[in-house]
Design a protein around this ligand. Structure first.
Ligand SMILES: N[C@@H](CCC(=O)N[C@@H](CS)C(=O)NCC(=O)O)C(=O)O
Length: 218
């Protein structure tokens, strides 16, 4: 039975983007179930029909439901070990898990002030000190990975993996909000933007016409 991934608007839903990329970049087949976000009770009920969390993403594998982006990526990594979503080496895997968890639980200022919105014309905004600190920390994370594992390939731990999927929406945020970045960070962003799955998501997002007003304020 095909996996089903329940996602929100590709233009805005950064949490949906992460597991979608982890699946698509590894050519793992799945059926995509799109539910527009913040449209009212009907669509909320549809999400609740899949997961009591009331949020997307959610992955359905037969009678198993997994919700929350990082838990889904963990499930996919276990179910499809050949995808190599986590590094084989234990120390590298611990590093990859640490930065993925840090992304999942952190960077609230960057997330709030620079919401993912692929339709938004590129342009800088004034960021708070907390958001600047988040940007600096993300750059530190990426730079450290590139310095330590650059010889293994162009992504954070060599080939595209779970940590890259977790950080992918930040690439869009840095780009859309014209955030100045270090040359090695720019190079990583370009690697990500050239990834076929990233481009596919981006193309589909730009083709969407639904607008969520509350995400159009910056
Ligand atoms: N921690 C969750 C966050 C999920 C989340 O906040 N999803 C948003 C869309 S990106 C959502 O479903 N919002 C709809 C709602 O709250 O009604 C994850 O990592 O998946």
């Amino acid at each position: 039975m095909a996996l089903k991934l329940v996602i929100g608007n590709k233009n805005y839903s950064s949490w949906s983007m992460r597991p979608w990329l982890a699946l698509r970049a590894n050519n793992i087949p799945f059926e995509e179930i799109f539910i527009p976000l913040y449209t009212g009770e009907e669509d909320k009920k549809r999400i609740l029909g899949f997961t009591n969390s009331g949020k997307v993403p959610a992955l359905i594998d037969g009678d198993i439901t997994i919700w929350d982006s990082l838990a889904i990526i963990e499930y996919v990594a276990e179910r499809f070990p050949q995808a190599g979503l986590w590094p084989q080496d234990g120390a590298r895997r611990a590093h990859a898990r640490s930065i993925s968890a840090e992304m999942h639980s952190g960077f609230p200022a960057l997330r709030n002030e620079c919401g993912m919105n692929l339709h938004r014309p590129i342009g800088a905004i004034a960021l708070s000190a907390d958001a600047h600190a988040d940007v600096a920390r993300v750059q530190q994370i990426w730079t450290e990975c590139r310095e330590r594992y650059g010889k293994l390939g162009p992504f954070l731990f060599g080939s595209f993996g779970a940590a890259d999927a977790m950080f992918a929406p930040v690439v869009h945020r840095f780009r859309t909000y014209a955030i100045p970045v270090l040359p090695q960070v720019q190079a990583y962003m370009e690697t990500m933007m050239a990834l076929a799955a990233f481009r596919e998501w981006t193309r589909a997002a730009l083709a969407e016409t639904l607008v969520i007003d509350k995400f159009e304020r910056t």
